[in-house]
Design a protein around this ligand. Structure first.
Ligand code: ADP
Ligand code: ADP
Ligand code: MG
Length: 487
């Protein structure tokens, strides 16, 4: 592999290029008009504009990307996450063009891209599933009867859903019909597939997922878990590895089950098997993501494995060099997704230009970012600015390191989730490890953002006193007797 095209933007495009660079592989960036001066474009050996800003005309334009790859004699395409990463037709078209797709086969993507097909595929492997339907349902009366049997609250889920979208909780039968109709129409418009099914709504679960790696020769390992329960809108914001609640026995059992899920779809490459875990440490298979995950760095920090390098080696047809026995968890890692979102305002995207940008620095601080000072946050894409990742010898040390890194991180011009991150990391429920996916609903209130930082409050107070003094001096009538202006 001499030349790799990265069909993505932002932090993940840069992150993939960094590993390619280390492996001596040349990189090609693609970009939309608004991303012309983005860091991923500057970092690449070659960069080509692939179209106007809307994703459909640029980062989702598979045909254009493949055409370009052929023109530039690219050997492989890495899709990153989001965009075309879970598009089986794209993966197939890449292979048909004689280019290596860095990811699983179109077959695996197709199966796991449908939550229902995924459930069907793993059925014979004896993996615990969330109670519910394993078929799409469209008849309201039948669905209602099924919901009654499962027991309220139930979750109506779009089979093709992703990114936290396409889910509706129904607390009681009276609301069922309306919610079901909405779920179907949303699934149709968002995913082009109106299939929905029902799952028991697990009351206070944790989201814990297992990283797997598999090669084309049937070798597979797991790289332990990531705890991703701190979410807003069913989307992760803070992740960590390992989870503070898993015992070594359950970790190993979940790891082996995750490998079985991978085998169920003939998986190859890096993938993630997601589970919900209840208060008694019962776990249930949710879905498999057939790509590099946003939060993969926490796994890299505790395992010492470069997951992108592994993806590339597997795509090159190399057998897996990692052995399960030689993998071990070293220390603890935490990631905060730094979104251009306003935690004071319901996490709505905060559009604007980054006027000041300073990364935190330190031996155990990793910043995966895709922006610089002076850049605007485009409205067209996911508003994630960066991922801030810290490592420590244990969980407390990783938390301390994260708090220091948040303190050092300077982003001005847009609101970010940095203050929210501090709120989470200082919260007793988080530090004690006693939390679930409802952390934000249960404990978060924007008014609490300021209270959480006595140090900043003190600095702000001192600054105010100093500024007041300065103003007093300035406001004192200046001596203008000799001033030309006065004349
Ligand atoms: P991860 O699963 O990697 O932890 P997310 O669930 O937040 O992270 O998804 C990663 C990215 O992919 C996000 O930008 C998200 O919006 C996008 N995404 C995932 N699945 C879909 C989908 N089915 N449709 C649209 N966007 C998706
Ligand atoms: P997506 O494809 O959008 O990532 P998932 O099935 O992985 O969808 O679910 C995303 C999140 O939604 C989970 O992490 C969890 O917080 C919540 N969730 C999903 N299914 C259930 C369920 N049956 N009970 C409770 N919460 C759920
Ligand atoms: Mg998921």
């Amino acid at each position: 592999m001499k030349k790799l095209l990265i069909a993505n933007r932002g932090e993940i495009a840069l992150r993939i290029m960094r590993t390619a660079h280390e492996m001596g592989i040349r990189t090609v960036a693609v970009f939309s008009e608004i991303d012309r001066n983005a860091p991923h474009v500057r970092f690449a050996d070659e960069a080509v504009c692939i179209g106007p800003n809307p994703s459909a005309q640029s980062y989702l334009n598979g045909e254009r990307i493949i055409g370009l790859a052929r023109e530039l004699q690219v050997d492989a395409i890495h899709p990153g996450y989001g965009f075309l990463s879970e598009n089986a037709a794209f993966a197939r078209a890449v292979e048909e063009a004689g280019i290596t797709f860095i990811g699983p086969t179109p077959f695996s993507i197709e199966i796991m891209g449908s939550k229902l097909a995924a459930k069907a595929a793993v059925k014979e492997y004896d993996i615990p599933m969330v109670p519910g339907l394993d078929e799409a349902i469209s008849n309201i009366e039948e669905a209602k009867a099924a919901a009654r049997q499962i027991g309220f609250p139930v979750l109506i889920k779009a089979s093709a859903g992703g990114g936290g979208k396409g889910m509706r909780i129904v607390e009681a039968e009276a609301a069922f019909e309306e919610q079901m109709q909405r779920a179907i129409s949303e699934a149709t418009s968002a995913f082009g597939d109106g299939s929905v099914f029902l799952e028991k709504y697990i009351a206070s679960p944790r989201h814990i997922e297992i990283q797997v790696l598999a090669d084309q020769f049937g070798n597979a390992v797991h790289l332990f878990e990531r705890e991703c329960s701190i979410q807003r809108r069913h989307q992760k914001v803070v992740e960590e590895a390992p989870s503070s609640i898993l015992t070594p026995e359950i970790r190993e059992k979940m790891g082996q089950d995750a490998i079985k899920v991978a085998k169920a779809c003939n998986y190859r490459g890096a993938g993630t098997v997601e589970f919900l875990v209840d208060g008694e440490l019962n776990y249930y298979f949710l879905e498999m993501n057939t790509r590099l995950q946003v939060e993969h760095p926490v796994t890299e920090m505790i395992s010492g494995v470069d997951l992108v390098e592994q993806q590339i080696r597997i795509a090159l047809g190399e057998p897996l060099s990692l052995r399960q026995e030689s993998l071990a968890i070293k220390g603890h890692a935490i990631e905060l997704r730094v979104y251009a979102e306003d935690p004071h305002n319901n996490f709505l995207p905060s559009i604007g230009t980054i006027t000041r940008y300073r990364r935190p620095k330190g031996p155990h601080i990793r910043v995966d970012d895709g922006y610089d000072a002076g850049m605007a946050i485009p409205i067209y894409y996911d508003p994630m600015i960066a991922k801030l990742i810290t490592w420590g010898v244990n969980r407390d040390a990783a938390i301390q390191q994260m708090l220091e890194a948040i303190e050092q991180y300077e982003i001005e011009g847009v609101a970010t989730t940095l203050p929210f991150g501090r709120f989470v990391l200082e919260h007793e429920a988080f530090t004690s490890g006693q939390f679930d996916t409802h952390f934000v609903q249960k404990y978060f209130n924007p008014e609490k953002l300021e209270e959480t930082n006595p140090v900043s409050a003190e600095i702000a107070a001192q600054l105010a006193v100093k500024l007041y003094g300065d103003f007093q001096r300035v406001l004192k009538a200046p001596d203008v007797s000799g001033s030309k202006w006065k004349r």
